[in-house]
Design a protein around this ligand. Sequence first.
Ligand SMILES: Cc1cc2nc3c(=O)[nH]c(=O)nc-3n(C[C@H](O)[C@H](O)[C@H](O)COP(=O)(O)O)c2cc1C
Length: 239
Amino acid sequence: VTEEKPVTSLLHLDSSASPLDESVSRQLTRRFADTWRAQPGTGGYTYRDLAAEPVPPIGPAYASLGRRVQSHGVVPPGDVPEEHHEWTLTRPLITELLTADTVLLGVPMYNFSIPAALKTWIDRVTFPGAFVDPDTGHNLLRDKHIVVVMARGGGYGPGTPRADFDFQTPYLRAYFTNLGVENVSLVEAELTRAAAMPDLTAFIPLATASLAAAHTTLDTLATSPHPQLGNDLHYETQP
Ligand SMILES: Cc1cc2nc3c(=O)[nH]c(=O)nc-3n(C[C@H](O)[C@H](O)[C@H](O)COP(=O)(O)O)c2cc1C
């Protein structure tokens, strides 16, 4: 018996304000996506540019709808037009996320944290109860593979003077841990501004090494069997 190959899908989100030729995070997510899509068993691909097409910030009706859901469980948006509007903006983004097996995020460090464009998406998509199957209580995000690709102009490694200033990595780790996602890969390219800033030129070799390490990690992740499918999954089974 030959089983049909499972087809997995990728949701690719970028949040850098810079275009592809000037953005390290965009170039890295593009590399991952191209490699991932060339693998057997991969199929669906959705791309969303959160910087070019910003998700609207949440409004008061989003908050009131969320509070009602938290108090009463799943409820329809009701007769309030503003709530319908908020839900219309929110629901497709949630569906897009739940449809994907692998979620790829390109995340520059902006002012020690993540870009507002990404935070706005997070605030909208993280609607109360949205990631729980209402029938089974199953966590719908648990088995997803999240690949976070971070780029930052400076260096924030352990023991460096600015190590405590990194609110990008701990924030994203806390966010996905809290959602119960078990498979999160955090990949970083540091010192991306070293070549452009005269007082950072001494760090060019470290920047080059950091970028090379990010390439290696992303190529490994993109060519590994989908973690959700298990490393020893066989597509063909004996009769
Ligand atoms: C608005 C803004 C804020 C930034 N803040 C920081 C920062 O706090 N720390 C840092 O190391 N680099 C900072 N940078 C530099 C970027 O993190 C760096 O250029 C990175 O490569 C951006 O990602 P990208 O190449 O994908 O656009 C900032 C850049 C911009 C545009």
